[in-house]
Write a protein that binds this ligand. Structure first.
Ligand SMILES: NC(=O)c1ccc[n+]([C@@H]2O[C@H](COP(=O)([O-])OP(=O)(O)OC[C@H]3O[C@@H](n4cnc5c(N)ncnc54)[C@H](OP(=O)(O)O)[C@@H]3O)[C@@H](O)[C@H]2O)c1
Length: 322
């Protein structure tokens, strides 16, 4: 295997250099099935070995288990200082008192005295918490030295702007949203807004939950025992539309001696210089493979061929209720 050449990108206006491919840690949960600490540690160890320095976790992943695994592994590997930890506080814990309590508990699970990036995982939907209440609580935590930077996730531009206006001195440095070569809704307004405002986009599900890795086909869809059971992309009516794109990914991968995952992630890196994909990994080999998306670029022609095929895909979420 050729040596990985890690690229780094600046996170928003922070001046922090994070690897252009991060590591998503939702996999350390029932949703994805990595429940054994040693396996999680191996995955993190491989990421560090390769130079990946951004790990994305969340309070809700495994109800604290993902944060715990990340914290324990970084302690045992003596690597806390070389890693930029991004975690998230869910939309249900955004009352001011909950924000302080939740962050205190995250710090404990992560075995650290500061969180590099605290993101609002999704906006509050049914608890009627004013935007400024949680944004000012987060800013207070920056002043208190418990959080270094504030980010959001799954926010549209209007809410993001409202959230930014609540802050006295801090800037929202990133928005984490679904973005992959199949689902490009974020290109419509979220990425342009981030570009115009110097923010990074952390791209979640950058491999479309495994759909573009080449190992799934209509005859071999993922076993519906994990989080994909509720993902409309894997319904045959939707998945069947991916065939031409998957064929092109395979063709380019073979020609360039890359894997399909590497080509799909490289397409995201090539598309925008403020996008940082955070693929999840269930084993060491996934991390090694995904890191190989860095250090090279698709040609313009290759990028365009993939762009044209991906544009034709229309994922119907309405099919979930038949
Ligand atoms: N902010 C949010 O609301 C939000 C939402 C979702 C995710 N996220 C974050 O984004 C991260 C990534 O998103 P995701 O987990 O939804 O999906 P993803 O990264 O698109 O897909 C991950 C899955 O693809 C497969 N895979 C990964 N690398 C592979 C490789 N090189 N070759 C073959 N298969 C590979 C693995 O599953 P199999 O081996 O089982 O196929 C893995 O669990 C999460 O870990 C989490 O940190 C955030």
């Amino acid at each position: 295997m050729s040596e990985v050449k890690v690229e780094y990108r600046l996170l928003g206006s922070t001046g922090e250099r994070v690897s252009a491919i991060g590591l998503g840690a939702w996999q350390f949960s029932d949703a994805w099935g990595v429940l054994e600490y040693q396996r999680a540690k191996e995955i993190i160890d491989e990421a560090l070995r390769l130079g990946i320095n951004l790990i994305d976790t969340a309070i809700v992943y495994g109800r604290g288990m993902s944060e715990k695994f990340v914290g324990q592994a970084l302690q045992e590997l003596r690597a806390r200082e070389q890693v930029f930890i991004a975690t998230k506080i869910p939309g249900e814990m955004l009352a001011e008192h909950d924000v302080y309590k939740a962050v205190e508990m995250s710090l404990r699970r992560l075995q650290t005295d500061h969180i590099d990036l605290m993101q609002v995982h999704w906006p509050p939907s049914w608890n009627n918490i004013p935007t400024c209440e949680y944004m000012r609580a987060l800013e207070r935590l920056v002043i208190l030295g418990k959080i270094d930077y504030i980010g959001v996730s799954n926010f549209g531009p209007a809410l993001l702007e409202e959230a930014q206006a609540c802050l006295g001195r801090e800037e929202i440095v990133s928005n984490q949203v679904r973005y992959n070569i199949v689902d490009r809704e974020a290109e419509k307004e979220i990425i342009p807004y981030a570009l115009a405002n110097g923010m990074s986009i952390l791209a979640w599900s950058p491999l479309a939950k495994g759909a573009v890795t080449g190992k799934y086909s209509l005859d071999n869809l993922p076993k519906f025992e994990d989080v994909r059971a509720n993902d409309p992309l894997f319904l045959p009516e939707n998945f069947s539309q991916l065939t031409p794109l998957l064929e092109k990914l395979r063709e380019i991968a073979e020609r360039r001696q890359k894997t399909m995952s590497q080509v799909a992630l490289n397409w995201l890196l090539a598309s925008y210089d403020n996008v940082i994909p955070i693929p999840g990994a269930k084993k060491r080999e996934h991390v090694t493979d995904n890191a190989g998306a860095m250090g090279w670029r698709l040609s313009f022609e290759e990028w365009r061929e993939l762009e044209a095929l991906s544009r034709k895909i229309v994922v119907y979420r309405s099919l979930l209720i038949q």
